[in-house]
Design a protein around this ligand. Structure first.
Ligand code: GLY
Length: 370
């Protein structure tokens, strides 16, 4: 039996629809979910060195106890693992074990594991079952929902990959309890993003509960954190259901990311976490919106204040501006040579623009300089 108090959110995609189940202790229910899906006996459980001791070995043993033949694949933690070479090596390992089409890849970890394991599942025998079990907040509210899979290329992040939907995404709220604060913060930037781009009531909720949320203590405030995750996962599921392949609506999820990615790559990777860079990117995009008169300074201040209360920085050390603009122009968000910016106009509303003058982008970035 599954645990009580499970919230099910649906991603609707014709014959590839799937549920996202949210609840506490759901990792323990994976064998039941696999039984329900009538999958083959071989399970390739892909995780990293951080997650393996927390949940990986445990999951291996409960799956084995249900007579699944589990291969636990533990890779080092970190973005560097998302390489084509690494994906090939892991596929060698899996194919040597003679999988069948109905066997499964289980992705247990954050966004890196979700992207890499999803990529491998999509390629193996032209696609075997994929089950996403995100353990990071970022994975739970964003990266592991919606079927984006990817590895990196020397010319940019996530440039090789495909859309490949899982059979199921399981969000186990217990995983929050083992996350360091910087990981919670990273996911929180994306949660604020949903509030700004489409969910006014979520934004208001974060404002109303800011003192509790900024303690970053999900164990103390489980109801609040559950609400944040369920609302965000619903927002993501709705966007993906309406625009799986990013023809329009899904682009709005890139709010704050165009400048955010440029900030991530302008400094040595790791100087700013993804969440910190996205928060800075959102602040810079608000500056652009205000200058273009599509947002009032009051709305911009509201967003900046919320991010500040969550502990995000609002400044970056100065660097030559080209170091931000070059990565921006090789981003996947470029169409017909023009950078497409998602700009917020008010809380809950966006506009997509491809006519933002380069000078304005530069001055928005410069406004972040210390
Ligand atoms: N992380 C953005 C997307 O899935 O489209």
């Amino acid at each position: 039996m599954h645990n009580t108090s499970i919230t099910t959110i649906s991603v609707h995609l014709d014959n590839r629809s799937y549920p996202i189940d949210v609840g506490t202790g759901l990792i323990n229910n994976l064998p039941t979910y696999l039984n329900d899906h009538k999958v083959g006996k071989k399970v390739f459980l892909i995780t990293d060195q951080t997650i393996a001791p927390l949940y990986g070995h445990h999951l291996e043993s409960i799956l084995s106890a249900q007579s699944y033949v589990v291969t636990l694949i533990i890779i080092p933690s970190g973005e560097a693992q998302k390489s084509f070479k690494n994906a090939g090596d892991l596929l060698d390992r899996i194919l040597e074990l003679r999988p069948e089409r109905n066997d499964s890849v289980v992705a247990l970890g954050g966004g890196v594991i979700g992207d890499l394991a999803g990529f491998i599942a999509s390629l193996c025998l032209r696609g075997i079952n994929l089950f996403q079990l995100p353990t990071s907040l970022l994975g739970q509210v964003d990266a592991c929902i919606g079927g984006k899979t990817a590895v990196n290329h020397s010319t940019g992040k996530n440039l090789i990959g495909c859309f490949y939907q899982p059979k199921l995404t399981l969000i186990d709220l217990n995983c929050l309890n083992t996350l360091p604060i910087h990981e919670l913060k990273c996911g929180m930037a994306e949660i604020v993003k949903y509030g700004v781009i489409k969910n006014t009531s979520l934004f208001n909720y974060i404002e109303q509960n800011i003192d509790k949320i900024s303690e970053f203590d999900p164990k103390k405030y489980p109801v609040i954190w559950r609400h944040l995750i369920v609302s965000s996962a619903m927002d993501k599921a709705e966007v993906v259901s309406n625009d799986e392949r990013e023809a329009g609506l899904r682009e709005t999820l890139n709010f704050g990311h165009t400048i955010g990615h440029a900030i991530e790559s302008a400094y040595t990777y790791g100087t700013f976490s993804h969440g910190e860079a996205v928060a800075l990117g959102m602040i810079a995009s608000c500056k652009i919106s205000v200058t273009l008169n599509i947002m009032t300074p009051q709305v911009s201040d509201r967003i900046k204040t919320l991010l500040t209360k969550l502990g995000f920085g609002t400044t970056i050390p100065a660097l030559p501006l080209d170091q931000f603009l070059t990565p921006m122009s090789s981003d996947k968000k470029v169409k017909n040579g023009k950078i497409r910016f998602i700009l917020a106009s008010e809380i809950g509303k966006t506009e997509t623009r491809n006519d933002v003058p380069e000078e304005l982008v530069k001055s928005a970035i410069q406004s972040l300089f210390k």
